[in-house]
Write a protein that binds this ligand. Structure first.
Ligand SMILES: Cc1cc2nc3c(=O)[nH]c(=O)nc-3n(C[C@H](O)[C@H](O)[C@H](O)COP(=O)(O)OP(=O)(O)OC[C@H]3O[C@@H](n4cnc5c(N)ncnc54)[C@H](O)[C@@H]3O)c2cc1C
Ligand code: FES
Length: 258
């Protein structure tokens, strides 16, 4: 983990309200793994005060670049969207844990919704590169909220929209339920997105008796395990876990879903 000054190398809109930013990464710093995140101090000015956490959506060791996909929400993300190529931001990364890789004979099913796209896309691309055939399911309200992603080599991308304007009509979990599960004898589920979607993925994993990991997105203050501001309730003697330190990726059976 390192705090470093990073240059913005590229940024573009990929869907309504969503942008992808590519930043420089120190050559000497370890590569972030899918699921890990960074925190950004967007400006030297006092506001916005807190660093903002974003999952990594890609990494290129040859070019020493990393990318993130963010939704325009409030002051920090609105400011990020105005930053020009070659301007600098302060980054702390890699933070948190990462997704567990599947076994060789498992079929990875990946589910992304909203701001959960970044980490799931990174995992999908890494699995694809390493000979797995991930099925990436991307859900959104309507076509304009769904990014046009470059296809995977071995895996596949499936779009779902609530209004049926793109791909399957219904949620990403509805889509998974519609699959022929006899064709998926040893599936492993990975998901990141709104809490309701994660809970539905967890319930599906229980129903199908398959392993399932969720990446949680909790409001954060310090981002490095010092303040307990991001604690969530978990099952077990420890009762609470910090999303920034023990997470953000959890076995979905460990979470106390409310
Ligand atoms: C581990 C982790 C990974 C994340 N990865 C991404 C990512 O890849 N892409 C992305 O767009 N966002 C991601 N987020 C959320 C991101 O940090 C917030 O959207 C961002 O901080 C908003 O800052 P802001 O100043 O623009 O808006 P703020 O004014 O800070 O927030 C605007 C609204 O966004 C919501 N919000 C803010 N922070 C969070 C949060 N952590 N989780 C859920 N809702 C929140 C709240 O409803 C808030 O009122 C991640 C959060 C965590 C904890
Ligand atoms: S944000 Fe401070 S402990 Fe996680």
């Amino acid at each position: 983990m390192k705090n470093f000054g990073s240059s913005i190398l590229n940024q573009k809109e990929i869907a309504i309200g969503y942008r992808e930013m590519t930043i420089s990464w120190p050559q000497s710093l370890e590569a972030p793994l899918p699921g890990q995140f960074l925190t950004v101090k967007v400006t030297e000015n006092p506001a916005p005060l807190l660093r903002r956490p974003f999952a990594l959506s890609g990494f290129d060791r040859e070019k020493n670049t990393a990318s993130l996909i963010y939704q325009l929400r409030g002051p920090a993300t609105r400011l990020m969207a105005t930053l020009e190529i070659n301007s600098s931001i302060e980054v702390l990364s890699p933070l948190g844990n990462n997704f567990t890789l599947p076994e060789k004979d498992e079929t990875p099913l990946l589910v992304a919704g909203g701001i959960g796209l970044g980490p799931v896309l990174y995992l999908a691309r890494e699995l694809d590169k390493n000979g797995f055939s991930p099925r990436l399911v991307v859900g959104g309200r309507t076509e304009s909220f769904l990014p046009d992603l470059s296809n995977l080599k071995n895996g596949s991308i499936h779009y779902c929209s609530d209004d049926g304007s793109a791909g399957f009509r219904g949620t990403a979990v509805d889509y998974l339920k519609s699959l022929d599960w006899k064709e998926l004898p040893s599936a492993r589920l990975y998901s990141c997105g709104p809490q309701g979607m994660l809970n539905a993925c967890h319930n599906l994993a229980l129903e199908k008796n398959i392993p399932s990991e969720v990446s949680m997105e909790q409001m954060m203050a310090c981002g490095v395990g010092a303040c307990m501001g991001c604690a969530i309730e978990v099952i077990g003697p420890e009762q609470y876990a910090r999303v920034c330190k023990e997470g953000p990726v959890f076995d979905s059976r460990r979470i106390k879903w409310t």
